[in-house]
Design a protein around this ligand. Structure first.
Ligand SMILES: *Cc1c(COP(=O)(O)O)cnc(C)c1O
Ligand SMILES: [Zn+2]
Length: 415
């Protein structure tokens, strides 16, 4: 990896060689998240906007020279990334805005944004010769890891709260992962996985602990800018739980600024559920990530339920360094957003994904957004992941006898 200079601690700034430490800065227990530092001259000698334009690979691996993997490492076969960025004129009109796009990451192989990170995880696991890969997850990270691991025949062990939505648990099981349902919160599952992975020597994908997950998640920012013809948007709305996605978006944009491929840094907007808003609190109070303490976390948006967000240092930097904002939205606002997004774009989102749009609504209400800004909303996961929540937002359809008269009767009632 001659394009990687080192791994830098997000707390103390200490730097380590990529072969020196596997996960975190040893000085802060399990909390010293590392950030991969690149040599952009080396990268620029291998990839350019022109070479990308000529590259038919539409997966995340089109950006492989920008990702901290060995250049000759084999990559998994599933088609991760290259997700559509749709213009959303009706959504924009609803809010009095001119330019809104939605990035549909629900079309990834396991139907969430997490595939971007899990694809990197299985490559790194193979690079270090791991025989088993593990992760803690609220559901999607584990589904992604189970699917990507299955695609290359790597055994996976998963720790999810027993309350995870059934569709996600079905994914873990169907992909053949060993699933352990933790009788506790996601935060407890994270702590447990840290202990177990160390004890058994398994490769640990866990978000906000494994430094390479940011490098997978950043590919969405690279795609957004490339899809917009390298005219970076003004603002990006990101749903936030552990904070790895938002940190990854920031990282991808910083890479593009360092390469000179975009000319301004978009403002990054972090959106949390009101019941799980530790990062909004920390941002409002001016706290650093390492000053944060565990908070209760309770929200219908299970994918962003995190009492002590694991990637909090990168997550706070993403908003602070781009002059963005953190906002909280209620569970009711999240639920309301699901059908609004679906009916105005054709994209069906799970609650966590719809949270990004609920955040845009809030930002407009608060006067934070100018009407001519170019805005991207990150839709991070498919609505099919959690139909129980979606069904709360719609009424029960009528049951009709199988004849024309019955249909006419119903249609006349429901004009
Ligand atoms: C994981 C997840 C998020 C939040 O990502 P973090 O890195 O935990 O902040 C948002 N939406 C969906 C659908 C997710 O699965
Ligand atoms: Zn450190």
């Amino acid at each position: 990896m001659d394009h990687v200079i080192n791994l830098k601690c997000t707390i103390c700034g200490a730097e380590y060689g990529a072969n020196e430490v596997a996960y975190v800065c040893p000085k802060h227990g399990d909390d010293g998240n590392l950030d991969v530092q690149y040599d952009y001259d080396v990268i620029a000698s291998r990839i350019s906007r022109e070479s990308l334009a000529a590259n038919p690979d539409s997966t995340i691996w089109r950006y492989k020279p920008l990702i901290a993997v060995e250049p000759d490492s084999p990559v998994p076969p599933l088609h991760v990334g290259g997700t559509p960025l749709y213009t959303a004129p009706r959504l924009a009109a609803l809010l009095g805005l001119k330019h809104v796009w939605v990035k549909d990451d629900g079309v990834n192989p396991t139907a969430s944004f997490k595939d971007r990170a899990s694809a990197i995880a299985v490559v790194k696991a193979r690079e270090v010769g791991a025989e088993i890969i593990t992760t803690a997850s609220t559901g999607n990270a584990a589904a992604a890891m189970a699917g990507l691991a299955a695609s290359i025949g790597l055994p996976a062990v998963i720790f999810v709260p027993k309350t995870a939505p059934p569709a996600k648990i079905a994914q873990h099981l169907i992909y053949g992962a060993r699933v352990l349902l933790v009788d506790g919160t996601y935060d407890m599952a994270v702590e447990l996985t840290l202990q177990v992975a160390k004890e058994f020597g398994w490769y640990n994908r866990s978000t906000g602990y494994n430094p390479y997950m940011t490098e997978g998640k950043k590919t969405a920012a690279l795609e957004i800018c490339e899809q917009l013809g390298w005219q970076a948007p003004d603002r990006i709305f990101v749903p936030v739980g552990d904070g790895c996605i938002i940190g990854g978006i920031h990282k991808g944009l910083k890479d593009l600024m360092a390469l000179g491929w975009i000319d301004h840094m978009p403002k990054i907007m972090g959106i949390q559920a009101a019941g799980s808003s530790a990062l909004v609190d920390a941002w409002e109070r001016g706290l650093q990530g390492w000053e944060m303490t565990p908070q209760p976390a309770e929200t219908i948006a299970d994918s962003i339920s995190a009492g002590l967000p694991r990637d909090r240092n990168k997550a706070l930097a993403a908003v602070r360094e781009t002059a963005g904002s953190y906002l909280r939205v209620s569970d009711q606002e999240i639920l309301n957003a699901i059908p609004v997004v679906a009916r105005n774009t054709g994209v069906f989102s799970e609650p966590a994904a719809a949270t990004a749009y609920a955040g845009l609504v809030k930002a407009v209400e608060q006067g934070l957004v100018a009407s001519d800004e170019r805005i991207v909303v990150l839709l991070t996961g498919s609505g099919l992941k959690d139909i129980r929540s979606a069904m709360q937002t719609v009424s029960t359809p009528p049951i009709v006898a199988p004849n024309l008269e019955a249909v006419k009767a119903v249609m006349s009632q429901q004009a």
